[in-house]
Design a protein around this ligand. Structure first.
Ligand SMILES: [Zn+2]
Length: 243
């Protein structure tokens, strides 16, 4: 049940057709695993918290550096040198104290992914490298969990909603892990794509709207254009293909 304060705080989304108090209660009971508290993780965590998702498991082993602050809006100057997940918890507490944040100060590896994701209803990819994404993708597939994939660079980005076997898994269309490198990124780009990820997570959790399944949405910020391409299962995929 929602309290009187919650009905007021979330009033403008509760009146959305197909959302209602029922949708809001679903959010309150939900747990989201946010993999990374950087450029994408910042808008994802902020918008999910503001919308009233009850539990956020925010995972990041890193510490904010001065060169992160153009896009990682969960953190500020005073947070430099601290852990990002802990810094995120403080920021979220200021935005919405009703949300429980579980800060996870760990690097995601095969050995700990099950413990880190724990009871989450959905995994949101806010990573900057494909090797960790593949660990999350494989775990999501094994557990039948939805996995929102996104990536950004410069003034462009991509996003898709993965829920295998209904959709291809990440490995079906990105079978390689490119080595991580320093890439250009405008903060607003991470804001656009991260906000879309947050919206997809809210849609999944409330049951409102049509999810971005079986298609990759690309955004080109220089031309200010969206376009999408259909995605298909790879029957020989080493993660989700039939042996
Ligand atoms: Zn696959």
């Amino acid at each position: 049940m929602l309290t009187a304060d919650e009905k007021q705080r979330y009033g403008r989304q509760i009146i959305l057709n197909g959302w209602g108090e029922e949708g809001q209660e679903k959010l309150k009971r939900s747990t989201v695993f946010i993999a990374g508290a950087g450029g994408l993780g910042s808008p994802v965590a902020i918008y999910l918290a503001a919308a009233g998702v009850g539990q956020l498991r925010i995972c990041d082993s890193g510490t904010p550096e001065l060169s992160n602050l153009n896009r990682q809006v969960l953190h500020s100057d005073a947070d430099i040198g601290r852990n990002k997940a802990l810094s995120a918890r403080e920021t979220i507490a200021r935005i919405n104290p009703l949300v429980t944040v579980e800060p996870l100060e760990e690097h995601i590896v095969k050995e700990n992914v099950a413990r880190l994701v724990d009871n989450a209803d959905i995994i949101v990819d806010c990573m900057d490298n494909f090797s960790t994404r593949h660990i999350l993708n494989e775990y999501a597939f094994l557990k039948g969990l939805p996995f929102i994939h996104a990536g950004v660079t410069g003034m462009s980005g991509q996003i898709t909603f993965i829920h295998t076997p209904e959709t291809p898994c990440l490995f079906c269309f990105v079978p390689k892990s490119t080595p991580s490198a320093i890439f250009p990124i405008i903060g607003a780009t991470a804001g656009v794509i991260g906000t879309l990820e947050a919206l997809e997570a809210l849609k999944y959790l409330t049951g409102k709207g049509t999810l971005l399944k079986n298609r990759m949405l690309f955004w080109d910020g220089e031309l200010m254009q969206f376009h999408e391409v259909p995605l298909q299962n790879d029957p020989h995929c080493k993660v989700c293909g039939k042996p």
